[in-house]
Design a protein around this ligand. Structure first.
Ligand code: NAP
Ligand code: MG
Length: 403
C-alpha cells in the first residue's frame, strides 16, 4: 500500500513520561506505516525545555501560528518536587499555559463515546463538548480580609483622569471581599473560537451566564457573544442548520442533564472548571477525553486531556507491564491529521483520521481494552491488555478498514 502524502507539516510537540512512551508507539504502529508523515518536531520533554530555558515551548507555539495545526503530547508542569527530580534551572511554567497565552485560544474537551461504556447519565448518547474560557474572573481575582467595621469601595482611575467609584459594602464587622475582571478582547476571542468550533464540528453552541444577577459583568459576556454571532456567524449557522442558544447557567445545567448530548457548551472560566470535571467523570474516564485548543484566528492544537500518567511510568521504568490507555493521545493524532487534511484538501488524510478513530472504537466494541476501562464496560466480555497489545489490536482493525 502506498503511504498517504502530506503537504504542510504538522507541528509535533513531544512530551514526558508514560505519554512520551505511548507517543512513539502510536507513531510507529498507527501512523508511520500509512502516512508519509511530515512534521516539524519540537521536544517539549522537561529535559529539553530546561536545556533551552523553555524557548522550545515558545518556538512550538509560534510554529503552530505559522502552520495552523499542532499535536501535543502530555507534559510535566514542574512543581518543587520536579525541580529536584530533574535538576531544573527554574520552575518552568506550564507548557499549556505558555502555548495558550501565545495562541490566545479556547480549550474544547469532548469525551470519546463507546457502546460498552454507559455514562452516569444514560440519556447522554452523544458527546458534550465543554469550551472553557481560560482567562480572568476569579482566577485573576484579588482578595482582601476586612477585620473591623469598614467601608469597601470599587475605584477605577482612567488614564484620561476619569474616576469611577462605587460602594461595595459597609461592613459592620469582619468579612472578606474580592475584585475580579475580564476584558472585552478576551471575551470576544473566546466567542470567536466557540462559533468557529461549532461550525467546524457542525454542532449547536450553548452559552450561559448569570446575567440576571450580574447585570454588568455577565451581561457583557452575553452581549459580546450576541454581537459576534450576529455580525460574523449567523448566516453560516443558518446554512448549516445549527443553533446558537443562550440561557441562564442554572437553566443550562438542568437542560444539559436532560439532553441527549451532541452540542458544545461554552462556559465562563469557573463554570468550565467545575463542569468539565463533572462531565469527564459522568462520561467515564479522563483517559477518554479529547482536548483541542482553538485560537480565534483558527489555529488548532490537539492533545489528550490527561497528564503524563507518572504512576504508570515509574512502573514501566521498573520493567513492569503497564496498561495505559492511549485513546485520547491517538485521537489527538487523528484529529490533527484530519484537520491538516481538511485545510490542505487531502481527502485521503481526512479519511485516515476517521478510519483510525473507527478502528479504536472497533477494538473497544470487541471488548479489548486497557485496564482502566475494563471495569466500566458492560454488555461485552471485556479483557484487559497492555498498551502495546491494545495498539496492536487497533492496528489489525485499521489494516482491515484501509484494505
Ligand atoms: P494524570 O497523568 O492524568 O494521571 C492521574 C491518574 O489518572 C493516573 O495515575 C491513572 O490512574 C489515571 N490515568 C490518567 N490517564 C490515564 C491513561 N491514559 N490511562 C490509564 N490511566 C490514566 O495526572 P497526574 O498524575 O496528576 O499528573 C502527572 C503529570 O502530568 C504531572 O506532572 C502534571 O503536571 C502533568 N499534567 C499534564 C497535563 C497536560 O500536559 N495536558 C495535564 C494534567 C497533568 P491509576 O494510577 O489509578 O491507574
Ligand atoms: Mg478543575
Amino acid at each position: 500500500m502506498e503511504r498517504i502524502k502530506m503537504q504542510t507539516p504538522l507541528v509535533e510537540m513531544d512530551g514526558d513520561e508514560m505519554t512520551r512512551v505511548i507517543w512513539k508507539m502510536i507513531k510507529d504502529e498507527l501512523i508511520l506505516p500509512y502516512v508519509e508523515l511530515k512534521t516539524e518536531y519540537y521536544d517539549l520533554g522537561l529535559e529539553y525545555r530546561n536545556e533551552t530555558n523553555d524557548q522550545v515551548t515558545i518556538d512550538s507555539a509560534n510554529a503552530t501560528k505559522k502552520y495552523g495545526v499542532a499535536v501535543k503530547c502530555a507534559t510535566i508542569t514542574p512543581n518543587a518536587a520536579r525541580v529536584e527530580e530533574y535538576n531544573l534551572k527554574e520552575m518552568w511554567k506550564s507548557p499549556n499555559g505558555t502555548i495558550r497565552a501565545i495562541l490566545d485560544g479556547t480549550v474544547f474537551r469532548a469525551p470519546i463515546i463507546v457502546k460498552g461504556i454507559t455514562p452516569f447519565i444514560p440519556g447522554w448518547t452523544k458527546p458534550i463538548t465543554i469550551a472553557r474560557h481560560a482567562y480572568g474572573d476569579v482566577y485573576k481575582g484579588v482578595e482582601l480580609r476586612v477585620d473591623e467595621p469598614s467601608t469597601a469601595k470599587l475605584v477605577v482611575e482612567g488614564q484620561s483622569g476619569k474616576r469611577q467609584e462605587v460602594e461595595i459594602h459597609a461592613f459592620d464587622g469582619p468579612g472578606v471581599l474580592q475584585g475580579m475582571h475580564n476584558t472585552d478582547k478576551s471575551i470576544r476571542s473566546f466567542a470567536h473560537s466557540c462559533f468557529k468550533f461549532a461550525i467546524d464540528t457542525r454542532q449547536d453552541l450553548w452559552f450561559a451566564t448569570k446575567d440576571t444577577i450580574s447585570k454588568t459583568y455577565d451581561a457583557q459576556f452575553k452581549q459580546i457573544f450576541e454581537e459576534v454571532y450576529e455580525s460574523h456567524y449567523k448566516a453560516r449557522f443558518e446554512e448549516l442548520g445549527i443553533e446558537y442558544f443562550y440561557t441562564l447557567i442554572d437553566d443550562a445545567v438542568a437542560r444539559v442533564i436532560r439532553s441527549k448530548g451532541g452540542f458544545i457548551w461554552a462556559c465562563k472560566n469557573y463554570d468550565g472548571d467545575v463542569m468539565s470535571d463533572m462531565l469527564s467523570t459522568a462520561f467515564g474516564s479522563l483517559a477518554m477525553m479529547t482536548s483541542v485548543l482553538v485560537s480565534p484566528d483558527g489555529k488548532y492544537e490537539y492533545e489528550a486531556a490527561h497528564g503524563t500518567v507518572t504512576r504508570h511510568y515509574y512502573r514501566y521504568l521498573k520493567g513492569e507491564e503497564t496498561s495505559t490507555n492511549p485513546m485520547a493521545t491517538i485521537f489527538a493524532w487523528s484529529g490533527a491529521l484530519r484537520k491538516r487534511g481538511e485545510l490542505d484538501g487531502i481527502g485521503e488524510l481526512v479519511n485516515f483520521g476517521d478510519q483510525l478513530e473507527a478502528a479504536c472504537i472497533d477494538t473497544l466494541n470487541e471488548g479489548i481494552a486497557t485496564k482502566d476501562l475494563v471495569g466500566l464496560m458492560e454488555g461485552v466480555e471485556a479483557r484487559a491488555v497492555n498498551s502495546a497489545d491494545f495498539i496492536a489490536a487497533i492496528r489489525a482493525r485499521l489494516e482491515k478498514r484501509l484494505a
